[in-house]
Design a protein around this ligand. Structure first.
Ligand code: APR
Length: 233
């Protein structure tokens, strides 16, 4: 098994205290995404949108990676020791993979601890709330928005992701509902290229039927067990 491509979603960070989106009590169960996570919403009411992401950013700064994040760091290292490699793609805007020790993470929906300039589009590290008086650290002119991909916007890094899916021996989806495209289409793309497929999730996702192998339960239990079995295999 040379090349493993892992896709993670909000479920992998749930046990670190970061809410998911579509579960009971999830963010989109409590708030309307069309008033908080679209470019139109930001144009209409930037203060409301900034306040939403400010609260999530503060929550993230208090959170810590869990055993599922750590297990992927182990998989990455041991695959590399055996001449293989791991491509880690995440839909999450948190930095828990990096804080667990993951070396290269493809954040297809952006990163909460970064801000993007509305004028020059430069992306800068940003850990504080974003206020109307803040200016871009690069051009000094533009105001700032969270560096996250909103509904209706193009995901990031799609060329690298598609190249990885085309080269994968094994595709694994962890903690994602499989309800948002293009990520929900990765399993079909990986299969088209001959990869084996595996789902690790609390419960069957919307695309569960497309996976050859499925293990359901909390990520902090299922992911370390699966990594152990995979490395022993
Ligand atoms: N362990 C494993 N899986 C879990 C856990 C857990 N502790 N808790 C919840 N899950 C699973 C749920 O069963 C669900 O299938 O995680 C999934 C979370 O699904 P969503 O809330 O839809 O999150 P995600 O799939 O990451 O959303 C995709 O939608 O809102 C946009 O941009 C946002 O990146 C996000 C995208």
């Amino acid at each position: 098994m040379k090349h493993v491509v892992v896709l993670t979603g909000a479920g992998i960070s749930a046990e670190s205290g970061l809410g998911t989106f579509r579960d009971k009590g999830g963010l989109w169960a409590r708030y309307d995404p069309m008033t908080l996570a679209t470019p139109e919403a930001f144009a209409r009411d930037p203060a409301l949108v900034q306040a939403f992401y400010d609260a999530r950013r503060r929550n993230l700064l208090d959170a810590a990676p869990n055993a599922a994040h750590a297990a992927l760091v182990r998989l990455d290292k041991e695959l590399a020791d055996r001449g293989g490699r791991l491509t880690l793609v995440t839909q999450n805007v948190d930095d828990l993979h990096e804080r667990a020790g993951s070396r290269s993470v493809l954040h297809m929906h952006g990163e909460l601890l970064k801000a993007r300039c509305l004028a020059c589009r430069a992306v800068s590290p940003w850990r504080a709330d974003i206020t109307p008086v803040d200016r871009c650290p690069v051009c000094g002119v533009g105001g700032l928005r969270p560096h996250v991909v909103w509904f209706g916007e193009m995901p990031l890094g799609m060329d690298a992701i598609e190249a990885a899916l085309a080269d994968a021996d094994l595709f694994v989806a962890i903690g994602t509902s499989g309800s948002v495209y293009p990520a929900a289409g990765f399993v079909a793309a990986a299969r088209r290229h001959g990869a084996r497929t595996c789902e690790l999730n609390l419960e069957p996702s919307d695309t569960a039927g497309l996976f050859e192998e499925r293990h359901h339960g909390p990520a902090t239990a299922v992911v370390p067990t699966w990594v152990e079995a995979t490395l022993a295999g």
